[in-house]
Ligand binder design. Structure first.
Ligand SMILES: [Zn+2]
Length: 257
């Protein structure tokens, strides 16, 4: 846990920032009781499914083409674990910050669980997609669903009869260029302060925005119980869960409005 002096300084910097970056990873959803996902797809990257299929294979672009039911069955299990999860305190505090900050803020997440949206955040840049969006790769059709009970009706595209797919980045697939481009462009435009929350920062596109913030003289704040690839850049490191860390900052944020 950080000192109260640090939390007070962070809160002041946050309030006076013209541009703020919040970037979240699996750690923020761990507070909601969800397993800590890792990997490029924002899903599991080790272990095997109940059928004995390695996660990387079950959630790959190749499996989607060749055995779509394997992907749907596995995602259905993830979704059912996800379905009753509520946004954590950390998700809610970030939504509050976004509404209350006088300056501009960008919220970016590696998670596919949609919990930032449930907490009331708008315009979330979901780098790895969202489990609750379904799309067709053959045409432009897409839709959002509340849960996977609705899935059977839309496994075939109503526009072109092609197989639909979850709008998440699978293993073997490229990240969506438009989202990465926006993150990099916004970073080049400058952030006064950037928060890395519950992410290991192992990927270049997660680390790079914080490097740019440092290069431009901005502040980096990390909230994570573990040391990560971002820790060495952090001006302030809060060694705690996402909810605990943000709660301390909010206390000072609210106190001295
Ligand atoms: Zn279609």
């Amino acid at each position: 846990m950080t000192t109260t002096k640090d939390a007070s300084v962070i809160a002041q910097e946050l309030k006076s920032a013209s541009r703020t970056l919040f970037l979240t990873g699996a750690g923020i959803s761990a507070d909601s009781g969800l397993p800590v996902y890792r990997g490029q797809g924002g899903l599991y990257n080790s272990g095997v499914t109940d059928e004995g299929i390695p996660f990387e294979v079950a959630l790959s672009e190749k499996t989607l083409r060749e055995k779509p039911n394997v992907i749907w069955n596995f995602l259905q299990k993830i979704e059912s674990a996800n379905r009753n999860a509520s946004p954590s305190l950390a998700h809610r505090i970030l939504a509050d910050f976004q509404h209350e900050l006088p300056g501009y803020s960008l919220l970016v997440t590696q998670n596919v669980d949609g919990l930032h949206g449930k907490a009331g955040s708008r315009d979330v840049l979901e780098l790895h997609g969202n489990l609750y969006r379904i799309r067709c790769d053959h045409c432009e059709w897409k839709t959002s669903i509340k849960n996977y009970d609705e899935l059977d009706k839309i496994k075939i595209c109503p526009e072109c009869n092609f197989l639909t797919r979850p709008d998440v980045v699978l293993f073997g697939e490229l990240l969506p260029f438009d989202k990465i481009d926006r993150l990099m462009e916004e970073s080049e435009n400058g952030f006064d302060i950037g928060f890395a929350i519950g992410t290991t920062g192992s990927f270049h596109y997660i680390k790079r925005p914080f490097e740019i913030i440092k290069e431009n003289g901005g502040l980096v704040v990390e909230i994570n119980p573990c040391d990560t690839d971002i820790s060495h850049m952090a001006d302030y490191k809060i060694k705690s869960t996402a909810s605990e860390g943000l709660e301390v900052i909010r206390k000072y944020f609210d106190n001295k409005k």
